[in-house]
Design a protein around this ligand. Structure first.
Ligand code: ADP
Ligand code: MG
Length: 256
């Protein structure tokens, strides 16, 4: 790549919150993450897109240490992600994660789903956790559902609870792995709107999604992954109007 062709991404400001350096991961013979280098600044919103099987979920799971990596280094707020133990639990609590499936505790109320983590992991007093939970449920527009069980809520409401639950741990960064892809179409926007609001509030976010509207509204940077590699990165405007690689052009042709 010549210097003129370098993606127009803001240079690291020295305010890096998440950093991956030469990260590699195999599943047996399959090289799922190939020398990934990525720096996410505080307050930055990065959207990750790419074909199925390109390693997007593995990337998220590696950042949250739900997957081990073979080599390379991942740091969160300057601290190297440890392999296990209490130090890992502590750093992991800095990383909130929202999955495609909401995974709420089925037999606990919405309120309990959100207070559980702060009380058990953060050692918060129950009254304080309840106040925090109610304010977060309000923020995502489901505070009127607090006493219900997850099954009594729509998919869109449950996913917003899952966002509130992750936020209750007061993470430094939020990871979203295709948070709307299991939802009925009419519920997608209520979840995306909550995510846009979070982004505007300054949360650092890494979001795997094919929702271009979200990327255009909220992303500072779009990363295109294919075959375990970061193939391109650019502003949403630049990426969607002028993708560089054939892989990206081909992919966008299929989803747009
Ligand atoms: P994406 O989220 O981009 O669709 P994934 O990160 O889920 O991609 O998967 C990348 C590749 O790794 C795929 O080929 C997938 O089948 C494979 N893979 C994912 N998880 C595992 C696993 N636990 N064991 C073996 N292969 C896996
Ligand atoms: Mg995936």
């Amino acid at each position: 790549m010549t210097s003129e062709q370098q993606p127009t991404v803001p240079a690291s400001s020295g305010n890096t919150l998440v950093s991956l350096k030469n990260v590699n991961k195999h599943f047996g013979e399959l090289h799922v993450l190939r020398d990934i280098n990525l720096e996410v600044s505080r307050g930055e919103v990065v959207v990750v897109i790419g074909p199925s099987g390109s390693g997007k979920s593995t990337l998220c799971r590696a950042i949250n240490r739900l997957e081990t990596i073979d080599d390379g280094e991942i740091t969160i707020d300057g601290k190297v992600l440890p392999a296990e133990g209490k130090a890992l639990a502590k750093l992991r609590a800095d990383v909130g994660m929202v999955f495609q499936s909401f995974n709420l505790f089925a037999h606990k109320s919405i309120l309990e789903n959100v207070t559980l983590g702060p009380v058990k992991v953060r050692g918060m007093k129950s009254g304080e956790a309840k106040d925090l939970a109610m304010s977060l449920l309000k923020r995502v527009g489901v505070d009127n559902q607090a006493q219900k069980l997850p099954a009594q809520l729509s998919g869109g409401q449950q996913q917003r609870v899952a966002i509130a639950r992750a936020l209750a741990m007061q993470p430094k960064v939020m990871l979203f792995d295709e948070p709307t892809s299991a939802l009925d179409p009419e519920m997608i926007n209520e979840v995306l709107d909550a995510m846009v609001a979070l982004a505007k509030d300054g949360m650092t976010m890494i979001v795997v999604t094919h929702e271009m509207g979200f990327a255009r509204k909220a992303a500072d940077r779009v990363i295109f992954m294919a075959d375990g590699q970061i193939m391109e990165q650019a502003t949403p405007e630049e990426f969607f109007t002028n993708p560089k690689s054939d892989r990206a052009k081909d992919f966008l042709g299929k989803i747009l």
